[in-house]
Design a protein around this ligand. Sequence first.
Ligand code: ADP
Length: 289
Amino acid sequence: MDISLEKVEYRYSAGTPFEKLALKDLNLLLPSKKYTAVIGHTGSGKSTLLQHLNALLKPTAGKVVIGEYEITPKKKNKQLKPIRKRVGIVFQFPEHQLFEETVLKDICYGPLNFGVSQEEAKRRAKELIQIVGMNEDVLERSPFDLSGGQKRRVAIAGVLAMEPDVLVLDEPTAGLDPRGRTEIMDMFHRIHEEKGLTTVLVTHSMEDAAQYADEIVIMQKGRLVGKGSPQDIFSKPEWLFSLGLDVPEVVKFQYSMEQKLGMKFSKTCLTIEELAAEMEAISENGERS
Ligand code: ADP
């Protein structure tokens, strides 16, 4: 399911002395089945943008088109409920929203609320607990007896139980250790591919943006200032530094080598393997000449 934003503007507390313009003239297409990473400084508008993707916020000007639904400033809230089912958001620290007595009830809560049968909700819970890398036994336990990482997986299973077409991830690895981060990010990527989802990841991690995204979107002061493949975006490290953003470690290393050697590599390498191959080619050329 495509999502497009057309000339979207968003003002918090519009018409009051506290009015704050958070998104300006935003045009953006998030294509179906693609994985898009949104990067930008704190306060650049990422979270405001994300809340437009399932109509938690309505634009104060312009429109958001989510599949067959069109959201304009005048749209009635009642008409927005079906969108919440199609677009799942995993907020930061989603485990804070767990509240049921058992993991099973927590995962089934959303689907039951949207009219799915008990039987079908249970079937989904059993399937999803495994997809998020846990054992079925856990379904009868209290979510509050689980570790932090396990709670997060249960909360993610709860979002996936709605069977969304679009999955929006707001810093989903915040607070996890490096191993937990990699496991969760790999899991989302696997689910993205297997279920043919449209995925939107808001992240501060340039490594994750480089590794998983098909396309990167850069926000600054409520505006979209850049968009392209990881290769395109990270081939301009000086521009990113000027925006106060970073680049992946491997790109930083390549950039400093290029400065030292006074030469450009044939391409921007996004993995250590690519960089090793590029350096080998350079040293072989050097030996030949
Ligand atoms: P990011 O997610 O990139 O950190 P946000 O979307 O949270 O950025 O914020 C964009 C701008 O909107 C910032 O200037 C922020 O201070 C402002 N803002 C965010 N939430 C609110 C709110 N509830 N009321 C007023 N201003 C807000």
